[in-house]
Design a protein around this ligand. Structure first.
Ligand code: MN
Length: 195
């Protein structure tokens, strides 16, 4: 189980960042998800779904869209620890992923087909439902094919048509943390804690 987080641990110096060390966790009821807004060198969103004690993760450069007509690039990255869903704060500038991280959305998720979810995450097709504060309803994550796949890293996150879909994909109204209500600026001004 711990092997899944080797890449995560290798990329980070835990003497310098307040991000949690990579240990796999235990499922506690429903499966969790978190979306981080990450003001790194390139502003982006990170989409993380709990699965088998870790959080498979995708970087979404433009963020999710409520519009089923928008296919949002989602780049698969290293699995993150389950504890990461509680991380909100600033990663030092010189460290991996340096910048401020906000808990932009969180809640629970459910695969459309439980038995197929594991292979879907591996092979590149996952249909699921989100019950978050901002993201709700049916979604699909699908791996791109051919040259566009970038060695299998490039997926698309697409909202499926349902009553939660919206034609307006503008995310600019969502500027605060769903966990703490803080803006990016307020999080970045928090006094450094820990070592
Ligand atoms: Mn990130």
């Amino acid at each position: 189980m711990g092997d899944k987080l080797n890449d995560y641990n290798k990329k980070r110096d835990f003497r310098k960042t307040k991000e949690p060390q990579g240990k796999s966790g235990k499922r506690d009821g429903k499966l969790r998800f978190v979306v981080h807004h990450h003001a790194a060198q390139n502003d982006h969103f990170d989409f993380r779904l709990e699965w088998e004690g870790v959080m498979p993760s995708w970087v979404i450069p433009k963020g999710p869209s409520f519009d089923p007509g928008d296919k949002r690039l989602a780049i698969k990255v290293e699995d993150h620890p389950l504890d990461y869903r509680n991380f909100e704060g600033t990663i030092p500038e010189d460290e991996y992923g340096g910048g401020t991280v906000m808990i932009w959305d969180e809640g629970t998720w459910q695969p459309q087909d439980d038995a197929a979810a594991g292979s879907g995450i591996k092979e590149g097709e996952l249909k699921f439902t989100l019950e978050g504060e901002r993201l709700t309803g049916k979604w699909v994550l699908i791996k791109m094919h051919g040259k566009a796949s970038n060695g299998g890293k490039n997926w698309l996150l697409i909202k499926e048509k349902d009553k939660h879909a919206k034609a307006d994909a503008d995310l600019s109204g969502y500027r605060t943390s769903v966990r703490t209500g803080r803006t990016m600026k307020e999080i970045s001004e928090e006094s450094p804690k820990g070592s």
